[in-house]
Design a protein around this ligand. Structure first.
Ligand code: NDP
Length: 327
């Protein structure tokens, strides 16, 4: 039998956490033959709710679940973890300045970076979900210098999956037949969902859709605004789809992407596609042997170039704002 993998979920008593932990315990993140030990962290006001989640995990009698640590202590939560999914963060509240939200999250990610760096297992893989996800991941990277930058990523897989879903609905084809969309840039409304290289059964999506106008406006804004549309409909933000895509992100990273398929991940930019190095930016990646690499050599037309640059500019500004909160 395999040794259990320790998976940390921060903000585990929240909405996404509640959807995510049973998926992990069922083997959806790491596979049906991989035992897991869940480490759940939340803040003191959520301690009782967190304990309730732990009780439900016991009650669900998941065969793969070999243990549960539920705690408000970051050191206990981070000790020995192989995978860390960072969902906890300070929410945007009405009337709050962007700088105030940033400042709260910078301090959370700074201290959690230190706990991970000191206590996580070597080669721990980190996925940041909490917003502003790209910039939180960057702060985590800065304050965990011994964790290789390749191990620190943020979630844009939900946006990627949303793009697949929109194409599948438009063409009335199975979502599993749609491949190789790309989310470029920030997990925000400046992200660029790009179908230039996407295919359905080896046919290019732009040729199948034959509606350039929709692809260049309606499609892009639907994907960009999908989170807001869910909030409007559910009166709560997306949680099941966020949790499911977090599982997809880790599974593909650990187990590899299928031949001929890429996915979108927020990763540390090395300057590929003239994206400024040193940002956490969403790129098309393939994964093998537990490592991602940015897909190289894709053609970028003029329309796309502008969109790639615009979202990079926003990330550069966010980075500056985050650093100004540090001093
Ligand atoms: P959710 O579980 O709904 O969301 C958690 C985070 O994920 C938020 O930052 C949210 O951003 C972000 N997120 C990223 N992508 C998505 C997406 N597609 N859809 C929805 N959210 C997305 O929030 P809850 O408030 O239910 O839970 C948060 C938990 O974090 C609570 O249990 C709380 O106690 C904990 N917490 C921890 C803190 C800490 O560690 N110090 C501080 C504050 C809270 P967005 O805000 O933009 O929706």
């Amino acid at each position: 039998a395999k040794d259990p993998v320790r998976v940390l979920v921060t903000g585990a008593a929240g909405q996404i956490g509640y959807a995510l932990v049973p998926m992990i315990a069922r083997g959806i993140m790491l596979g049906p033959d991989q035992p897991v030990i869940l480490h759940m962290l939340d803040i003191a006001p959520a301690a009782e709710a967190l304990n309730g989640v732990k009780m439900e995990l016991v009650d669900a009698a998941f065969p793969l679940l070999k243990g549960v640590v539920a705690t408000t202590d970051a050191v206990e939560a981070c000790t020995g973890v192989n995978v860390a999914v960072m969902v906890g963060g300070f929410p945007r509240k009405e009337g709050m300045e962007r700088k105030d939200v940033m400042s709260k999250n910078v301090s959370i990610y700074k201290s959690q970076a230190s706990a991970l760096e000191k206590y996580a297992a070597p080669n721990c893989k980190v996925l940041v979900v909490a917003n502003p996800a790209n910039t939180n991941a960057l702060i985590l990277k800065e304050f965990a210098p011994s964790i290789p930058e390749k191990n620190i990523t943020c979630l844009t897989r939900l946006d990627h999956n949303r793009a697949l879903g929109q194409i599948s609905e438009k063409l009335n084809v199975q979502v599993s037949d749609v491949k190789n969309v790309i989310i470029w840039g920030n997990h925000s409304s400046t992200q660029y969902p790009d179908v230039t290289h996407a295919t359905v059964g080896d046919k290019p999506v732009p040729e199948l859709i034959k509606d350039d106008e929709w692809l260049k406006s309606g499609f892009i804004s639907t994907v960009q605004q999908r989170g807001a549309a869910i909030i409007k409909a559910r009166k709560l933000s997306s949680a099941l789809s966020a949790a499911s895509s977090a599982c997809d992100h880790i599974r593909d990273w650990v187990c590899g992407t299928p031949e001929g398929t890429w996915v979108s991940m927020g990763v540390y930019s090395d300057g590929s596609y003239n994206v400024p190095a040193g940002l956490i930016y969403s790129f098309p990646v393939t994964c093998r042997n537990g490592e991602w690499s940015i897909v190289q050599g894709l053609s970028i037309d003029e329309f796309s170039r502008k969109k790639l640059d615009l979202t990079a500019e926003e990330l550069t500004e966010e980075k500056a704002l985050a650093y100004s909160c540090l001093s």
